[in-house]
Design a protein around this ligand. Structure first.
Ligand code: SF4
Ligand code: SF4
Length: 106
């Protein structure tokens, strides 16, 4: 059984945009200058996720260079990632009108 917060998130709707409204500014800054990776710990929606061994296998998947995969479509638009990044390396803006999260309980 989930928490009240998880339940409310579970019934919210997302109108997915094709343009990311949140993400990493410069991937190399994450890889070379941020060992703590607080964005992955702070985001309540799991938008920022750590990618294991980002330079180890030659893959070209998203997030490989930074070590952080950003699933922007899940974003709750709280702004916490913008505040927690010690390198000022997160961009965030609200999604375009009509896109993003639709809160059913206000
Ligand atoms: S906190 Fe900022 S610099 Fe560190 S991994 Fe996240 S986006 Fe990159
Ligand atoms: S705005 Fe909030 S929910 Fe969206 S990516 Fe940042 S921390 Fe996660």
């Amino acid at each position: 059984m989930g928490t009240e917060k998880e339940f409310k998130v579970g019934v919210d709707l997302f109108h997915e945009d094709t343009l990311p409204h949140v993400g990493v500014v410069r991937e190399e800054v994450c890889l070379e200058g941020c060992e703590a990776r607080p964005c992955a710990a702070v985001c309540p929606a799991g938008v920022f996720r750590l990618v294991a061994d980002p330079l180890g296998d030659g893959a070209t998947s998203p997030g490989r260079l930074s070590g952080v995969l950003v699933e922007y479509r899940r974003c709750l638009e709280c702004g916490a990632c913008l505040l927690c990044c010690p390198r000022d390396n997160v961009f965030f803006d609200y999604p375009r009108s009509g896109f993003g999260i639709i809160h059913r309980f206000g």
